[in-house]
Design a protein around this ligand. Structure first.
Ligand SMILES: [Fe+2]
Length: 195
């Protein structure tokens, strides 16, 4: 059975981290955060999905009839796993909490703890927006990347998931950066891979 959920090669995972990191930094700057917080946000962005790499290798050993269900369950564990991998490695509390809670939704529907609103650490609220946008505008094994406008309109439909203050800063950032240039760079990279 083809693994469509976790099929993401290492280079894609690293690129995802870099894009999320850059965007988190820009949103933080837009929100007027101090340089040292921006630096920590950038690190959290880079490492937030590191648990997925571990999941992918465990998944290769999985032989369940309900593989897709298993995968969904495991996918929901990845933010906790990222946290577990990093927690004893001298990262700050800000970085660790941003990573642990990057899938919490503002309305309380996220995971791992169904945190709500301001109870979700601020860094995690920033990563949430970046992670969704970068994922939507990237190719996946089961779909092509959405263009920026479509991605934003999909996010507006799900705006209950986001901190509105962060979401508005994100919209400003997306308006300011040259999205066409970013997409062109991605296409160059994809061409090089021969996909
Ligand atoms: Fe994630």
């Amino acid at each position: 059975m083809e693994n469509v959920i976790l099929k993401q090669d290492l280079s894609e995972a690293i690129l995802h981290g870099i894009y999320v990191s850059n965007m988190a930094y820009e949103i933080g700057k837009e929100l007027g955060l101090e340089d040292d917080v921006l630096y920590e946000l950038a690190i959290a962005g880079l490492l937030h999905d590191i648990g997925k790499l571990k999941l992918a290798s465990e998944d290769e050993r999985a032989e369940s009839d309900n593989l897709v269900i298993e995968q969904l369950r495991y996918v929901r564990m990845h933010s906790k796993l990222s946290y577990e991998i990093l927690k004893d490695k001298d990262y700050s509390d800000f970085i660790l909490k941003s990573i642990l809670y990057h899938h919490e939704n503002y309305d309380g529907s996220g995971y791992p703890e169904n945190l709500m609103g301001e109870d979700i650490p601020f860094g995690a609220r920033i990563l949430r927006v970046c992670d969704v946008f970068i994922a939507l505008t990237s190719d996946r094994a089961y779909r092509k990347a959405f263009d920026t406008k479509t991605a934003i309109s999909l996010m507006v439909d799900e705006v209950k998931n986001f901190d509105m203050k962060v979401f508005l800063a994100f919209l400003n950032v997306v308006n300011e950066i040259d999205i066409e240039e970013v997409i062109k760079n991605r296409e160059l990279y994809t061409d090089k891979k021969g996909n």
